[in-house]
Write a protein that binds this ligand. Sequence first.
Ligand code: ZN
Ligand code: ZN
Length: 344
Amino acid sequence: MQLWNKYNKEELEAQLRAKGHEYVTVSFYTYAKLPNPQIVRDHLYQAWHRLDIVGRTYVAKEGINAQIAVPKAHFDQFKEELYRIDFLHGIRLNVAVEEGQEFPFLKLKIKVRDKILADGLDDQSFDVTNKGQHLNAQEFNALTSSDDCLLVDFRNHYEHEVGHFKDAILPDVDTFRDSLPLIEETVLKGNEDKKVIMYCTGGIRCEKASAWFKHRGFHNVYQLDGGIIKYANECKTLGLENKFIGKNFVFDERRAERISEDIISQCHQCGAPCDEHTNCAFEGCHLLFLQCPACQANMENCCSEKCQSIIHLPEEEQKKLRKELTKSNLVFKKGRFNLTKKPN
Ligand SMILES: [Zn+2]
Ligand SMILES: [Zn+2]
């Protein structure tokens, strides 16, 4: 069964295990003008490789977006070195609420990209610095208690289906890029006088989207500063009411961090209450979806009978099938999934 991929993953895990680190999962981002992102990338790669940091980071002319795991023993040095870089001095580091995964990432990848976030916006066409007003957890709780506000989740369907704020509007979208015109058309239009409160995982999506909607004529735009991650941390440390129910989907191997005990979603195969994500065991598919333990056993961690039949083929044939498929990080998309297979 998918020996080729498994072996690689296990090998990487063995390498990490041999180093014996305990990790802290950290994310941060900032929009900044970087004329030469490649230099930034190379510098960070050298520095982080030396500190055994793993994770995924994008650097672009418009800034940086990092999701990494830092060995606890190297955290202070990591922070000190990071803050020595001008545009990163004093930057907020979003630290995970719960760990619960031995290795949140398996290797270090730092890539230079056109944008740090695929938002589909033409940055020249509006003032990206005219952002929505930032809210901390306390301000967010106060403002969302009033009637004249629209609380909008700016994440994708597969993220908010396992957890979201009480009373939030949950647009049915698969990508951030597609979400902006859809939210304007179906949620915001006609509500120009209302307060629009936006939130996402760590805050990055709202940074530019809030400026975009101000440009589109919505004047009372607010955004949850540091997103759900910072909010959950603040609620914990300050003893505030936590209005988030379920799990916060994250982009590392943990897949989600539990914020409240509520399970608000269902297994995609049988409909039982479930908020555990699985990647389809056929590496050529790798679909990310929700699967309960019973279906996991029945379907052998596969998303469909088709994939289940493939994982029993000889490795050579699987390899061939993998090549035929375009590889991408597939995620469950509403509408493309049918509740066909029922467990016995
Ligand atoms: Zn199930
Ligand atoms: Zn599959």
